[in-house]
Ligand binder design. Structure first.
Ligand SMILES: Cc1cc2nc3c(=O)[nH]c(=O)nc-3n(C[C@H](O)[C@H](O)[C@H](O)COP(=O)(O)OP(=O)(O)OC[C@H]3O[C@@H](n4cnc5c(N)ncnc54)[C@H](O)[C@@H]3O)c2cc1C
Length: 454
């Protein structure tokens, strides 16, 4: 008999409560930290240096403080990440990078335009060390951006890119900080030194938190593989239970976790997967993973007893966040996983709201978790509709790509309080969201999760 460790979904739902207040507080904190160096320049403005030099210095300082905050955005610190969502913060992290590049390039450009003698600082042979460090920082920043945008074109594997990204980020921030200290403007007063030491200590703490504190916590709360099952469509189910029962973490149906199988909890690369099991049973969780690359292709070979480190739950893609009278679930390929969790949780909670699941796949062989879905389709109020884009000639079900007509054939005319949840690869997800809206579901009631962050 399995023991219920966390009752109902209340703890998971609690993570979203009071979200608005925390969002405002974090935004204010972020803006204050980002712009504090600007205030520092204004307070300690040296008129002798002139407007353009001060403008250039201000741009450099703001770039540096935004750079430090980038580490915080990427740290997956639950308190800061949960109110926004990990994917939203990642998107913001990318947008801020563009601003940092503009400021980092603007900082010397203003000086060059104001006085062409500054161009001599670009001579990396004869320029002083403080200028060499600035050039190193900007070049590393540009390489970091280029390798992120063109990662796949450059054929960089995700783990190789992640290692490079972390290394370059440290070079960019370290060289910029050393450049500031060696120049000595705005760092010579006692209070200025205290401020910069506090900034540096905060950023070092983020590094220690991400690379040491979090992995130790994950080791203490590690899971163990109980079973590995074939699930069709080239995917495997990975069933886990916590090594110590207290380590079970409440999650909401539709959320995901970053996991690492078999290696050290200190491994740099964790992979994101949606929970595919009932949120009512966090003491026995399951992921369904399709083999597409180095990590996922090895899941079928994982043995029972292997350690698994789980960083989660994360994500805002959950019916627990909304008041809906019924749900429309649209899944593409292995995007079926959060839908399995939604359906299993619905069953365990005795929730009788109607639900329609449209499962898009290429052909019969690509359909994932068919045995479990056949069982779930027997639950009262559940309708499961597979839609195949390239089925065998003998297929009698729906054909093509998900479109509004497919949905209209099964859904009721009144879709007032119906919410749609769409998950799959990016292109399919965009098309299915558009189909849900065209079928009559309000845009605010269409929620999506893309199985692609980078
Ligand atoms: C929120 C979310 C939930 C997901 N849920 C599932 C699921 O339930 N089942 C499932 O089979 N797949 C899921 N995925 C996709 C899964 O994370 C990738 O297929 C897997 O990480 C690929 O790793 P790989 O080494 O096998 O393949 P690779 O060939 O190395 O990667 C293929 C692509 O996956 C992405 N990727 C790879 N590693 C990572 C990483 N560490 N972090 C983020 N993205 C990465 C990159 O875009 C990469 O180009 C999910 C993805 C996201 C973003």
């Amino acid at each position: 008999m399995t023991r219920r460790v966390v009752p109902a979904a209340a703890p998971a739902r609690a993570q979203w409560e009071g979200r608005q207040a925390r969002v405002v507080a974090w935004r204010l904190g972020y803006l204050t930290l980002a712009l504090a160096p600007l205030a520092l320049c204004l307070i300690d403005l040296d008129p002798g240096r002139g407007f353009w030099v001060n403008l250039s210095v201000a741009a450099g300082f703001v770039a540096l403080s935004l750079l430090g905050l980038q580490f915080l955005l990427a740290a997956r610190w639950p308190r800061a990440t949960t109110p926004f969502g990990a994917d939203v913060l990642l998107q913001f992290h990318r947008q801020v990078t563009v601003l940092i590049v503009v400021l980092a390039l603007g900082h010397p450009t203003v000086l060059f335009v104001w006085d062409s003698r500054f161009l001599g600082l670009l001579d990396v042979v004869s320029a002083p060390m403080r200028a060499k460090l600035a050039v190193l920082s900007v070049v590393a920043l540009l390489v970091l951006v280029a390798t992120s945008i063109w990662r796949t074109t450059l054929r960089l594997s995700y783990p190789a890119w992640q290692t490079l990204h972390a290394g370059l980020a440290l070079v960019v921030a370290g060289a910029a900080l050393a450049h500031v200290i060696m120049i000595g403007y705005y760092v010579d007063q006692r209070w200025e030194q205290v401020l910069w030491i506090a900034y540096t200590a905060a950023f070092v703490w983020v590094g220690v938190y991400v690379r040491v504190v979090k992995p130790i916590g994950r080791y203490r709360r590690r899971f163990r593989v109980v079973a590995v099952t074939a699930e069709g469509g080239g995917s495997h189910g990975l069933e886990l239970e916590p090594v110590t029962p207290a380590a079970a973490r409440a999650f909401a149906p539709g959320q995901f976790a970053w996991i690492m199988v078999g290696r050290s909890p200190f491994a740099l690369t964790y992979h994101p997967f949606s929970y595919a099991s009932s949120a009512e049973h966090p003491e026995r969780v399951r992921f369904v993973i399709r083999g597409i690359g180095p990590f996922t292709a090895g899941i079928g070979d994982v043995r029972a007893g292997a350690d698994v480190y789980v960083d989660g739950p994360w994500g805002h893609f959950s019916p627990d966040r909304v008041d809906a009278s019924a749900w429309v679930l649209i899944a593409g390929g292995v995007g079926i996983t959060p839908m399995l969790s939604i359906l299993l949780t619905r069953r365990d909670r005795g929730d009788h709201r109607p639900v329609w699941l449209f499962q898009a796949a290429r052909d019969e062989e690509s359909l994932v978790a068919q045995d479990l879905l056949a069982e779930l389709a027997a639950d009262p109020g559940v309708t499961v509709v597979p839609i195949l884009s390239r089925p065998a000639a003998t297929w009698t079900g729906e054909r093509g790509r998900v479109d509004p007509d497919h949905l209209r054939r099964y859904l009721p005319a009144d879709l007032g309080e119906v919410h749609a949840f769409v998950c799959g690869p990016p292109g399919m997800t965009d098309a299915a969201c558009a189909a849900a809206q065209a079928a009559g579901i309000a845009p605010r009631a269409v929620h999506s999760e893309r199985f692609s962050m980078v």
